[in-house]
Ligand binder design. Structure first.
Ligand SMILES: CC(C)(COP(=O)(O)OP(=O)(O)OC[C@H]1O[C@@H](n2cnc3c(N)ncnc32)[C@H](O)[C@@H]1OP(=O)(O)O)[C@@H](O)C(=O)NCCC(=O)NCCS
Length: 118
């Protein structure tokens, strides 16, 4: 069975393009959607890591297909599609009220926590 993990977020003003300057409208920003997708994927990867390991994002291919607004609830779901010795490949979706907002293919690489930040 495929491993997956979901999280529910509520869009706040600080999540919007106007605040993040990735646009000038009060709509859920693409960088926020990506951050949520990385958060849920990194948490899913943690299940398979040793305590001295972490993952870092190395690739994302994201389609942002519909807007969301302040107060909207957004469900972000990551599905682990492939697990290698050094990397994880995820397919991630963001939906609101059953409508697809965004989808992405995402790759994370396993790193040693201390060596990576030294
Ligand atoms: C993570 C990092 C150290 C990987 O470099 P590396 O050790 O040379 O990685 P490798 O070349 O051995 O790649 C490991 C695996 O990931 C895959 N991979 C690496 N970069 C990739 C990319 N951009 N897209 C897709 N796959 C990638 C490789 O194909 C390899 O897969 P394999 O095991 O099936 O052969 C380097 O890319 C990096 O530092 N990136 C910055 C990450 C970062 O700071 N992210 C923000 C913080 S979350």
């Amino acid at each position: 069975m495929e491993e997956s993990l979901s999280v529910e977020k509520t869009v706040r003003s600080e999540d919007c393009a106007l605040t993040l300057k990735s646009g000038d409208l009060e709509v859920l920003s693409t960088p926020t959607v990506l951050a949520w997708m990385e958060e849920v994927s990194a948490n899913l990867a943690k299940k398979f890591l040793a305590s001295d390991e972490s993952t870092v994002g190395v690739h994302v291919e994201l389609d942002h297909v519909a807007p969301a607004f302040v107060g909207d609830k957004v469900r972000v779901k990551s599905i682990l599609k492939e697990r290698g010795t050094k990397k994880f490949i995820f397919f991630v979706t963001a939906e609101s009220a059953g409508k697809l907002l965004a989808k992405a293919n995402h790759v994370r690489v396993i790193v040693n926590r201390r060596q990576f930040v030294k």
